[in-house]
Design a protein around this ligand. Sequence first.
Ligand code: NDP
Length: 395
Amino acid sequence: RILAPERTMMFRVVYMSDGGEPCVHTGYRIEFNSALGPYKGGLRFHPSVNLGVLKFLGFEQIFKNSLTGLNIGGAKGGANFDPKGKSDGEIMRFCQAFMLELHRLISSNTDVPAGDIGVGGREIGYMYGAYKKLTRRFDGALTGKGLSWGGSLARTEATGYGSVYFANEMLATRVDSLHGKICTISGAGNVAIYTAEKLYQMQAKPVTVSDSTGFIYDAEGIDVALLKDIKEVRRARIKEYAAKRPGAEYHEGCAGVWTVKCDIALPCATQNELSLESAKTLVKNGVKAVGEGANMPSTLDAIEYLQKNGVLFAPAKAANAGGVSVSALEMSQNSERLAWTFEEVDQRLKRIMDNIYAQSKEAAEKYGAKGNLLAGANMAGFVRVAQAMHAQGWV
Ligand code: NDP
């Protein structure tokens, strides 16, 4: 019953390009499981989006959301639309066209989408504006909103910050910490940027970022302000970083990021980006821990190799649950029409991440897989959902 989505929706999305051409895309929303609460999960806009990709992401979301301990079910959605190179006007018209269909499916108590790859604050803004116009409701049916219209402080930072909190908890079991560690990060989007920012706060040094064409190696440590300016303000390619930062190197090919020697590797770009070959290189170079910021970035054989070789492994559904956790805190704030301070949200995020770590570790021990956080996270997530489904009958 858990394996079959409760509902799968596909719809046509047509918008007009700047040149006046009609552009046709496919939109999706998979409402996978509502045993624990309203469907919750991001929207991805990327040319690779199809039903298979969204089904694996939606399935991951069920146990991830369960691990947060909050009342949220699992879902995922998006469209095979490529925002890269599009004008603001085209992005706005696409988001409005997407919401023409999606608004029928969502509301604050049924299904509450958020962002994911290709969907950040700008896209959520355009979609929320269209949702309000179509439904006449201001009810927090999307999370990741702007701060003056219902967003939560620390939502932008939450996934990256949360994955770093998780990595530090994991290292503590070996009486170690992030202090002084050299870290490699892949990706240069939301998760990568705030992972780098939090690493500095924990006295670690991130030395790489990447995008789908290449990676940056900056031995002095990634300049987060410059990275934000390139990616968040100017929406440019990561190659520009090397042109602006003396000493930084740009290399073609994103997989090369795992050849850089590091203590901790943090894949924060996309699925299947860390292969067995990359895992072997990381182990040869002495990696101590791998923490997944992206969703399922490591292939199965890579995970097995890392675990067999004594590398601490933080699985995505536990390590990157900070984003959806703060999305759920945004829903709470929307319900009470109040806004909490940054510190309050960040403290709650830290508590949730510590608790996810403890649950995953304990479940692994209880069910005979001591030390395997991947198995532990799956089992702890599963138990809560399965118990709720049993209690609610065969529906
Ligand atoms: P963004 O769109 O902000 O950034 C994505 C980054 O990954 C970009 O640097 C992009 O490079 C790179 N990337 C995307 N596709 C590929 C690819 N096929 N090969 C190599 N690099 C690629 O997305 P997010 O940072 O929000 O998301 C990153 C990952 O984290 C995803 O797996 C997402 O599902 C996961 N995640 C995100 C959460 C969030 O709160 N945002 C929450 C939990 C998980 P390029 O510009 O070249 O495409």
